[in-house]
Design a protein around this ligand. Sequence first.
Ligand code: NCD
Ligand code: ZN
Length: 359
Amino acid sequence: MISKLRKSAKNTPTHLTITQPDDWHVHVRDSEMLAAVVNFTARQFGRAIIMPNLAPPITSAQAAREYRTRILAAVDEKHDFTPLMTCYLTDNIDPKEIEAGFAQGVFTACKLYPAGATTNSDHGVTDIQNIYPVLETMQRIGMPLLIHGEVTDADIDIFDREAVFIERVMSKIIKDFPALKTVFEHITTKQAVDFVQESGANIAATITPHHLVYNRSAIFAGGINPHLYCLPIAKRELHRLALRKAATSGSSKFFLGTDSAPHSVEAKQSACGCAGVFNAPYALESYAATFDQENALDKLEGFASLHGPHFYGLEPNKCKIVLERTNIEIPKTLDIMDTQIIPFHGGEVLGWTFTGILS
Ligand code: NCD
Ligand code: ZN
């Protein structure tokens, strides 16, 4: 399972062959958008944790089963891709529904959105106490809880919402459910890195490609850049550096989750633009470039392909993929449906290219 680095004359690797990665946090949407975006994920990843924030959200095993069927129908038959479904937690969701969905192998995990935190989170949880019976059930059956970790109080500054969530909510969940498997999703702060590192083995975190690449100043550099706006919003440079250190540390508590969240160019470039970065098309290229800059290519396989399955109690994928040290030009826009979506890194050149899956 050790990644193979093929070295060039200058002793820098020219190829990287690693176990096929999984994406532990992705939004593939529904209907036409689903058909247009899902193969970007299925092309690179063996499995993906599918976010349930559709409108209406996925709150029953039956809805998840039907959504999974729609996803599989949209995946090109040349890809061997497994969607792992999640249940969207609401204030009054029935723990029995969750337990049954998990037992039937429909639900892999539950997603907690604090109400109002992000795109399609209106049905989210208004007070964590409301779902204590659900959390008790999940702890008992070993079902992971995936958390969007931001408070939503209007008086808390947007850049502080993750740190305050740790103090007010996350610490309480961990204290009251010490054995609950919990993933702190798309972490953006040094406080979150420290919290995860200091917690037990049942607490892990996903890290996106974009939070490793830019800080909050980049969103406003030379004018407002709506394509870098996502939630949780990028923070100061010190936080980005803490995330890069955590992702490349080799710690099994940190793993890949793109949070790829496509919105049309009109929805992004609007008077009230949507949150979300569409990074699925060149996700592995982005992570590889970051790990290379950190001199940590030998840590990429753990982060991308091994730590996630280990946390979820699954085997790593059997296939290998190859990344090549070759420049790749990222298109400025992608034609999707009858509009465009701007991919992350659009218009840039990255130094690593995903060349395919070895069968
Ligand atoms: C996500 C979306 O658009 O669904 N947006 C985002 O900025 N990440 C929702 C989410 O994960 O917060
Ligand atoms: Zn997300």
